[in-house]
Design a protein around this ligand. Sequence first.
Ligand SMILES: [Zn+2]
Length: 250
Amino acid sequence: MNRRDALKAFAGLALCPLCQPAFAAEGAHWSYEGATGPAKWGDVDAASKVCTIGLQQSPIDIVAPIKSQLPPLKISWPKTADTIVNNGHTIQLNFAPGGTLSVGDKKFNLLQVHFHRPSEHMIAGKSFPMEAHFVHRADSGALAVVGVLMSTGKPNAAFAKVVATMPAKEGPPVKADPGFNPNDMLPRKLTYYRYPGSLTTPPCAETVEWLLLTNAITVAEADVAAFGKLYPVNARPVQRDNRRYVLVSG
Ligand SMILES: [Zn+2]
């Protein structure tokens, strides 16, 4: 870098304290409690302001859904995940390209699944032991998240595999166990609630079509407890619905 460019770079830093380099975004500090907890997420960085001032935030308590003719969810996921990571906020499995979700004429690509304890969404004031989020993205950048509520009861083979292989400490992604099949985490009937919302972590972008399945799956209580040893609470509290309509299929 010549002197002039160096000066320009320096001036840029000085004039734009909120313009963080891309690599710093990952390290933006937020948590689920205390001084960097959900009530303060709007202060994490400029892009996260919407966490506090947004009007379409997630999760919500689904109280009076409206029965509607919604297109069926057409899910075509791979039978394995690519990598698994403990990212300091949750356990996440990333997928190789190829998995898709179609809703009516909209098509999305499966990116990753991660887990919250307890559930983030509530149904008529009731929360669940956990919730899985299958994150999809359209070529336009729009996101669709299929949420799966998790009750305790009969073990779920796929979630048991996650728990058995999840890295105990935060770190880089490692190869996922080929025995993890995301399709095994779906209930038999794919009826769903639909509403417009946001990411439930900073930057809380309001670009998410929420597709929360109405039927919970069951997982072993011991597996929820094992996840809880790593992440006792990693769920954002429910947000104001601001008169958004929640539709329900089936
Ligand atoms: Zn999530």
